[in-house]
Write a protein that binds this ligand. Structure first.
Ligand SMILES: Nc1nc2c(c(=O)[nH]1)N[C@H]1C(S)=C(S)[C@@H](COP(=O)(O)O)O[C@H]1N2
Ligand SMILES: [Mo]
Length: 402
């Protein structure tokens, strides 16, 4: 087993930057009713796997049974992505109702605190609420642009969404358990969706994030105002705002505060950012904080001459956004777009718009977001697995104006 040394470890963001409800008991039964509706809609639309038949077929690109993305222009214009349109990425099949059992009885074990305690969902739901609008994005979003053909789903822009998670603060829970044990440097969450017949160390989704996320993390049971569906990790999900999708553990049943990262494969060698052709090691950067990113969502192919309104989204790891600019000449000149709609907090994305007056012709239009730490780079950062792509050139759109 590889010895893990944490001192020289950095999140990919850092390394790439260097290179370039308080639910009353009575309402818990309603939770079950809502879930039943969502997970048991009458018939699955064509091409939609049975376990997510409640999803909006028109909004989705089905890569495989467990990897489904949102069309670039189907995230909606209301900042928050409708849950029927939100992407799905499963390493392991989602738990079904039978595996989950009676939802209020779902158990979460908390360790690495003064008084290790196991809580039920019903108990968590009586605690003070923490509500966080945030971007959920797979670390492989944009992988389709990598020319070396990395294995894994060839996501375009659609393994990303902006959603609102509601639950209880991880810090609140730890304090209820007498506080952290001395020397806690990481928060580790484990999913109950352990593949059958495989050593959990090899197959279970267990990830660690730095203790610096302590104040932001939550254990969520609702998304966009409804109980978290099975496919999105119900009944309880660890949410780490500003961090890539994989750190947001679905079906979480264990939370550990420790001085070391998990030695499970999902942490030690998966989701590592390393040179093309190399093998992953636990010393390569891991997919933690998201880098600053934006993309245009409409128009994507054609427009009429005259006034053309470009719309898109921009976000960061929580570092305040300064703005978004558009270029029609591959980055020689940039013009400021304006943000529209309310700011839902540092972890949510902002929608931007830009009005252009365009004559007949072909245009390549790029968007570039800037936060207080810097701007999106022009090019992707090449890496074996095709992670963390935030280059503006690949994400530009080619529009024919007629
Ligand atoms: N337990 C568990 N958590 C998980 C996963 C999983 O397969 N099992 N997939 C991860 C990955 S890679 C991503 S991108 C997000 C996807 O979340 P979504 O399917 O709700 O959109 O969940 C993460 N959390
Ligand atoms: Mo992911």
């Amino acid at each position: 087993m590889k010895k893990i040394t944490n001192s020289n470890r950095r999140s990919f963001l850092t390394s790439s930057a260097a290179i370039a409800g308080v639910a009353a008991i009575s309402s818990i039964s309603n939770f079950n009713i809502n879930i039943a509706k969502a997970d048991h809609a009458s018939a699955a639309p064509k091409g939609i796997p049975e376990y997510i038949k409640w999803k909006n077929r028109n909004a989705l690109i089905i890569h495989t049974e467990g990897t489904i993305e949102t069309h670039r222009d189907m995230i909606g214009n209301g900042i928050i992505t409708p849950i029927e349109n939100v992407y799905i990425r499963n390493n392991v099949n989602s738990l079904n109702d039978q595996q989950i059992g009676n939802r209020p009885d779902w158990k979460l074990e908390v360790q690495g605190v003064q008084k290790p305690t196991t809580f039920t969902l019903a108990e968590l739901q009586k605690m003070p609420l923490k509500i966080t609008p945030m971007v959920l994005q797979c670390s492989g979003n944009g992988r389709k642009f990598f020319a070396h053909g990395p294995s894994g789903t060839k996501w375009d822009t659609g393994s990303a969404a902006c959603v609102i998670f509601s639950g209880v603060s991880v810090k609140y829970l730890a304090e209820l358990c007498g506080g952290l044990t001395a020397g806690a440097k990481f928060i580790t969450g484990t999913g109950a969706d352990v593949p059958k017949g495989i050593d959990p160390k090899e197959g279970a989704v267990e990830r660690s994030v730095p203790i610096s996320t302590y104040e932001d993390c939550l254990l969520a049971w609702e998304v966009n105002g409804v109980p978290i569906q099975n496919a999105h990790g119900g009944p309880l999900r660890l949410v780490v705002p500003g961090y890539y999708g994989i750190n947001n553990i679905k079906h979480v049943n264990k939370l550990v505060f420790a001085d070391k990262e998990s030695d499970f494969k999902m942490m030690s060698t998966r989701y590592r950012v390393y040179k093309i052709g190399n093998k992953a090691t636990a010393n390569d950067g891991t997919c933690w904080e998201m880098n600053v990113k934006s993309w245009i969502t409409t128009p994507l192919t054609t427009a009429k001459t005259g006034k053309v309104v470009f719309t898109g989204v921009a976000f960061s790891n929580g570092t305040p956004l300064k703005g978004v600019a558009l270029s029609f000449d591959e980055g020689k000149n940039w013009k400021a777009a304006k943000f529209v709609g309310p700011n839902l907090g540092k972890f949510a994305w902002r929608q931007f718009q830009f009005e252009a007056n365009l004559e007949k012709g072909n245009y390549t239009v790029a968007s570039r977001a800037t936060d207080e730490k810097g701007s999106q780079p022009k090019l992707r950062f090449e890496n074996n697995e095709g992670y963390s792509h935030n280059g503006w050139l690949d994400h530009s759109v080619k529009i024919t104006v007629a």
